[in-house]
Design a protein around this ligand. Structure first.
Ligand code: ADP
Ligand code: MG
Length: 427
């Protein structure tokens, strides 16, 4: 599908007014001086290519984005500081055209007066609550500003909102360069990953990852499971996990008979007969969970002496103390085995830390695996906490691709067409 998405040519946009959906939903911090700064500006950096292209092509650019979750107008979530930030930090002149209604007569007049090459930024689209309802009137207001629409916000494209879907249906549309790159990368992962294709799954939340993993597991050569998600798989195979964390199944899903341990069991059963040959002779199951774990009474323990390595391949005589144990990182044997498999991967897709990496005592598994993955030429990483971990270990630059979209990436990888991508013109 990716090669069918159209990016604009200069001739498509020269002299035109182009409305661009970007994702400037970035973490903001306010300094003592009152100056607002951006804690992680990757999403802004990702949008610069399309912005520069439109500027060079002599288009009049109108950027729009949401920021946070305002319930109506909330000036603390205004996009004004973002325009200032882009001007000062990236040297790209962006004129903020703010209105609590996002689009009104004043805004329309200002946009009409833009010169070729100018860039304007509208106010937070969610100041209009009907944005999230994909309201036709709001879509018409937005579309009325421009000749052409570009979606460069892959990370917002799993939502069918006015700014991602409504306007795309009203104007000739194109994919922005950042969106195109992300779709191409993820399509490659789905359709022709370089083999062996290794998936590394971890973190605390199985809920948001299960769709993607179920879909990807079919094409993967091996799925390595760590973090708290591994506890679901261990439990599914009848292995004692004591007080280890597993995400509770939400009540509405429970009513439908969904239970995450059950989901893990189904995945294991579905792939039980498939084996991966290691070193040409040792058959390993396709879905591998930890052989050993680093455990403690809780994640706030202070020293190495509070840790216990639990070998899960042997039946253990439980002591009284064991009943409160929490599994908080993958153990040394597992770290070695997982690293070795990752080292031979053609492609790695990683989502979810291997342990409570925020605590140095439980960070080894995540750091070790991240270091090995960073050496793989096709390594793709996603997930807010996973990206925070590779930033912490200063490895982000070594990954081939750091996906800026959490939910959108996982939905795409579960095989769905994202509404905001599906709404764009394809050729
Ligand atoms: P992401 O944001 O990358 O998708 P999640 O939000 O699912 O990842 O999970 C991240 C969190 O999981 C981390 O903050 C980490 O502390 C926690 N975690 C990882 N392993 C364990 C574990 N064994 N027990 C409890 N929490 C864990
Ligand atoms: Mg998270």
């Amino acid at each position: 599908m990716s090669n069918m998405l159209q990016t604009p040519a200069k001739t498509d946009v020269a002299g035109k007014t182009v409305l661009v959906r970007v994702d400037f939903n970035v973490p903001l911090t306010t300094q003592d001086t009152g100056e607002v700064s951006v804690a992680d500006d990757r999403r802004i950096v990702a949008a610069l290519e399309t912005m520069q292209f439109l500027r060079d092509a002599g288009a009049k650019t109108v950027l729009m984005s949401h920021l946070g979750r305002p319930q109506g107008v909330d000036h603390a979530l205004s996009l004004a500081p973002i325009a200032t930030y882009i001007n000062t930090k990236h040297g790209v002149p962006v004129q903020f055209v703010g209105s609590d209604r996002v689009v009104d007569q004043q805004v329309t007049t200002t946009i009409e007066q833009l010169e070729n090459g100018d860039i304007a930024l509208l106010e937070n689209t969610r100041f209009r609550q009907c944005e999230k309802k994909n309201n036709p009137e709001f879509s018409r207001d937005l579309a009325g500003l421009a000749d052409i629409y570009i979606n460069d916000a892959f990370s917002s494209s799993h939502r069918a909102h006015a700014s991602t879907v409504g306007v795309a249906e009203l104007l000739p549309s194109f994919a922005g360069f950042s969106l195109h790159k992300e779709v191409t990368m993820l399509t490659q992962l789905l359709e022709k990953p370089k083999r062996p294709f290794v998936i590394v799954l971890g973190g605390a939340k199985i809920s948001d990852k299960v769709g993607a993993i179920s879909h990807l597991a079919h094409s993967a050569d091996i799925v390595l499971v760590g973090g708290a998600v591994a506890n679901d798989f261990l439990k599914a195979d009848g292995i004692e996990i004591h007080k280890s964390y597993i995400e509770a199944t939400p009540a509405d899903l429970q009513k439908e008979g969904v239970d995450y341990v059950q989901v893990a069991r189904q995945l294991l059963d579905e792939h039980r007969s498939e084996k991966m040959l290691k070193d040409g002779y040792i058959p390993l199951p396709k879905i591998l969970y930890p052989l050993d774990v680093i455990a403690a009474q809780n994640s706030e323990v202070a020293s190495e002496s509070d840790l216990e390595v639990v070998d899960l391949t042997h039946d253990m005589a439980d002591t009284e103390n064991d009943k409160d144990l929490q599994y908080l990182d993958i153990g040394p044997k597992t770290q070695r085995l997982f690293s070795e498999l990752v080292a031979h991967a053609g492609t790695v897709f990683w989502n979810g830390p291997m342990g409570v990496w925020e605590q140095p005592l439980f960070s080894t598994g995540t750091q070790k695996l991240a270091t090995t993955m960073a050496q793989c030429s096709h390594s793709i990483v996603g997930g807010g906490d996973t990206i925070a971990a590779i930033d912490h270990f200063e490895l982000a630059h070594s990954f081939e691709y750091v996906s800026l979209a959490g939910g959108a990436t996982l939905e795409f990888l579960s095989g769905k067409t994202l509404p905001g991508v599906g709404a764009l013109s394809h050729n």
